[in-house]
Design a protein around this ligand. Structure first.
Ligand code: ADP
Ligand code: MG
Length: 382
């Protein structure tokens, strides 16, 4: 199926005195799966609605397949929108819910009438082609056995699949999905996420998916676009985003539940002193700028207290999380850190244990304060 590329050029939107989106530029290739990720209220839905034509940008343009969409009505944009709340027609069967967009588009109001409609020349042929499309779509979504049911007789996951089917049946060139999994319970969310990935692989429709859930974004996307404070901060493949967040906001958002942070006044020569322990940090640290050193719990290790270069710490508490455990420690100067270690190893640790902490400095980040972004409340180091 033909997919379209989508270019978002310098899009801005204000509500009253508030900038909801500022200067958003994003180029999405034909067939690509891109996720808009960011905290609640950051403008994800607004951007999606601007692409769909349900909302007007105050600034900038959206182009699909090279065509400017500014004056194109939503129904002529060749895209389908799936919302968080799947509004199905309650009195129609699954079959009729999926067929509805095709019936509206391809049959006249006379041809839609039950008995008379079927007698009109041409309508029968079109009805058969609608039926074929509905059968194909429902097979793809594994809804074949449910076609006669009404929405009230379906589970939440099945209903969301019907909503997907209704969006897909028109074979849109671009798919927009706004937190379509948010109303499902955890197990179903993961299952349906797999279904969406499989559908995208089969159909290769350009897809823009919105979520505030980083795991969902990483699982589904070719690239993730992180929106924060009305701005597009970073667009990258999931693995690159994990490895190299551009700023502290993005790092924090992507390192939930925990990110270790140390405010550093003016590091010199690639080394950082915490509590008289010298910790070596890669690159960009010779500048003498103040900033924040940040590292993930999985990049901290707990070692013997007297290991050279290790920061002396004391265990405060341990949180088990399946195969791993998060160990909370504090250092002499009042700084707190979290290390992620195997649950097996955590068995041998107790609150009050004295250990050493080392950082995998290749994987730590340093974010200089650029004046516009202030340091916030987190660990302090003397
Ligand atoms: P997200 O989908 O990322 O949670 P939204 O795009 O829905 O965020 O909203 C972004 C911001 O714009 C929010 O602060 C929201 O309150 C505001 N907003 C959204 N729609 C309107 C509207 N129609 N009028 C005024 N403010 C709005
Ligand atoms: Mg939203």
């Amino acid at each position: 199926m033909a997919a379209l590329d989508l270019h978002i050029d310098n899009v801005g939107k204000r509500y009253g005195a508030t900038d909801v989106l500022r200067g958003v530029c994003l180029r999405i290739a034909a067939g690509e799966f891109v996720t808009l990720l960011g905290p609640s209220g950051c403008g994800k839905s607004t951007l999606l609605r601007i692409i769909a034509g349900l909302e007007r940008a105050d600034q900038g343009h959206v182009r699909a397949g090279g065509r400017a969409l500014d004056t194109v009505a939503p129904k002529d944009r060749d895209l389908a929108f799936v919302f968080q709340s799947y509004a199905l027609y309650p009195h129609l069967s699954v079959y009729d819910n999926i067929a509805a967009p095709l019936v509206m588009r391809e049959l006249t109001s006379l041809e839609r009438l039950p008995v008379i409609g079927g007698l009109l020349p041409g309508a029968g042929q079109r009805n058969r082609s609608i039926e074929e499309r509905v059968r194909q779509t429902s097979a793809l979504l594994k809804l074949d056995a449910l076609l006669d049911r009404r929405p009230a007789e379906l589970s939440g996951g099945q209903r969301q699949r019907v909503a997907l089917g209704r969006a897909m049946v028109r074979k849109p060139k671009i798919f927009l999905m706004d937190e379509p999994l948010a109303n499902l319970d955890a197990a179903l969310r993961i299952h349906t996420r797999g279904e969406i990935a499989r559908l995208h692989k089969e159909m290769q429709t350009t897809t823009i998916f919105v979520t505030h859930d980083q795991a969902e974004a990483a699982a589904l996307s070719d690239r993730v676009a992180v929106i924060f404070g009305s701005e597009l901060r970073q667009v990258a493949a999931p693995a690159d985003l994990y490895r190299e967040p551009v700023d502290l906001d993005v790092a924090r958002f992507l390192a939930q539940p925990f990110l270790n942070e140390v405010e550093v006044a003016a590091p010199v020569g690639g080394a950082l002193i915490i509590d008289s322990s010298r910790i070596i940090i890669r690159d960009a640290l010779g500048s003498g700028q103040a900033g924040t050193l940040a590292f993930r719990p999985e990049h901290a290790s707990l070692v013997d207290r007297d290991r050279p270069g290790a920061l002396p710490v004391c265990v405060t508490r341990i949180e088990h999380a399946g195969m791993d455990a998060h160990v909370f420690v504090h250092a002499g100067a009042g700084a707190e850190f979290v290390a992620r270690i195997s649950a097996e190893r955590a068995q041998s640790l107790r609150g009050g244990d004295n250990l050493g902490l080392t950082i995998d400095s290749e994987k730590a980040w340093f974010f200089p304060w650029d004046g516009s972004r202030q340091s916030r409340d987190h660990s302090r180091v003397a």
